[in-house]
Design a protein around this ligand. Structure first.
Ligand SMILES: [Zn+2]
Ligand SMILES: [Zn+2]
Length: 443
């Protein structure tokens, strides 16, 4: 596999004298599989340079696969400027997470509406095929692709690519799940089930390109923004036995000198943990070749499982704080969900049996029966819908012990206060879609 960075910056483009070495363009990475399959990871402003290089290469046609992690501006703003899409005869497959009630084609067309851009999506010359993804596995050309949800304020997927026995993981925008991961010492594995799942997703990769927007020092002011401090990207990579880690999605305020220092800090952190992990800062124009390892069979070109676009779903919210209930109801109704509410555990149980909701959000501490008690009761019900429903506990600042006990009792995940409505909406989508995609595919 060959990898080339065309955009490494997070949030917004930041060209200028202070970002010359690491680059100012937003997320875009070119990957070539061993069989020549062209994969483009994200379509930030870096895609402009890549598009120019592809169309001036002299080849009559340029076909490829564009894998988008999520549709925040810094990952799609290069899309209307990506030259191969304008050429008739080219074919591009475009993949992104498909949220319930909101499909990729509509979102990409939105940023090309008349008021924003002079050419509409429908006027692009290339043949474009859209794929709304959920978690799962599929093949593009000879490359195996595995997807997994990241933790971000909008539904986002990470991509694990395997070609010629080598593995690359692209995890562009992701925030650790543990409410207080600062308590971890360097290199110690994470304690939250979702963080362990993330480590598993990165496991034994030859190269991980990971969100490293903040430092641990900056992080307390950025909780809930959906990004990883660079030092914790190292912790993830060390726990996952990764060979090389590219710090990526650099903060627009981090100049070249500050990035050099952050890379040095991260190298020391990896060494202190006794790891041989190689850490570097992803730099625009940088190229890496992952030489063929143990041969694996090339992937059969297999289409991804499409994201379901059904609904409306009913969601049960149980919390004795009326402000919290109102906040969650408003956030969920924006995505078309029907919300039923309870203010105590006993009512929550009664409503769960009556409504059989698609998802339940429960406050940990409620009068009557607390969130844990409601969870245990529902997991023991005869009705399979209630035994399997995603159950999310709302906590203030759960310690690791409580979190582990909850997971053991059948809690699906946690929502930790304070949280932002955007984050709730993204997590709800992931909980619902993961649950629906799990059973038939076992991913
Ligand atoms: Zn981003
Ligand atoms: Zn983002």
């Amino acid at each position: 596999m060959e990898v080339r960075f065309w955009g490494t910056r997070g949030s917004m483009a930041k060209p200028g004298p202070t970002t010359l070495r690491y680059g100012g363009n937003t997320s875009c990475v070119e990957v070539r599989g061993d069989d020549g399959t062209l994969i483009v990871l994200d379509c930030g402003t870096g895609a402009h340079g890549l598009g120019q290089a592809l169309t001036s290469s002299g080849a009559p046609h340029c076909n490829g696969h564009l894998l988008i992690t999520h549709t925040h501006w810094d990952h799609i703003q290069g899309f209307p400027f990506f030259a191969p899409l304008f050429v008739a005869g080219n074919t591009w497959d475009i993949y992104a997470p498909g949220a319930i009630g909101q499909q990729l084609e509509r979102t990409l067309a939105g940023q090309m509406e008349y008021n924003y851009f002079p050419v509409t999506l429908a006027q692009l010359g290339a043949t474009i095929r859209f794929h709304n993804l959920v978690e799962g596995r599929f093949g593009v050309g000879g490359v195996h692709v595995t997807t997994q949800y990241l933790n971000h304020p909008v539904l986002a997927l990470g991509y694990r690519l395997q070609s010629g026995g080598k593995v690359l993981v692209y995890s562009a925008d992701h925030e650790p799940h543990a409410p207080n991961p600062a308590a971890r010492s360097a290199g110690e594995p994470a304690k939250h089930d979702e963080d362990l799942r993330h480590v598993e997703f990165l496991a034994d990769a030859d190269l991980v390109i990971h969100d490293a927007q903040y430092t641990v020092e900056e992080y307390p002011g950025k909780v809930g923004w959906g990004h990883t401090p660079a030092e914790w990207a190292v912790d993830y990579a060390v726990a996952a036995r990764v060979r090389r880690l590219a710090l990526f999605h650099h903060d627009p305020l981090r100049d070249d000198g500050a990035l050099d220092r952050l890379v040095e800090t991260c190298r020391r952190r990896a060494s202190a943990a006794g790891s041989t992990l190689q850490v570097f800062g992803a730099a625009e124009g940088g190229e890496i070749t992952l030489l063929e390892g143990d041969a694996t069979a090339p992937a059969a070109a297999r289409l991804p499982e499409p994201a379901p676009n059904t609904g409306p779903h009913t969601i049960l919210v149980a919390d004795d704080d009326p402000v919290m209930v109102r906040l969650l109801t408003l956030a969920l109704e924006q995505d078309g969900f029907r919300v039923v509410t309870a203010s105590d555990g006993k009512t929550a149980l009664r409503l769960a049996r009556l409504e059989r909701p698609a998802l339940i959000l429960l406050d940990w501490e409620m009068p009557g029966a607390d969130g844990m008690e409601v969870t245990r009761t529902l997991r023991a019900e005869a009705d399979p819908v209630l035994r399997d429903v995603p159950l999310v506990l709302i906590t203030a600042q759960s310690g690791a012990e409580n979190t582990a006990a909850g997971f053991a009792a059948g809690v699906t995940d946690y929502l930790t206060k304070p949280f932002r409505p955007a984050h709730v909406r993204a997590r709800v989508q992931a909980w619902l879609l993961r649950r629906r995609s799990e059973s038939p595919h076992g991913t």
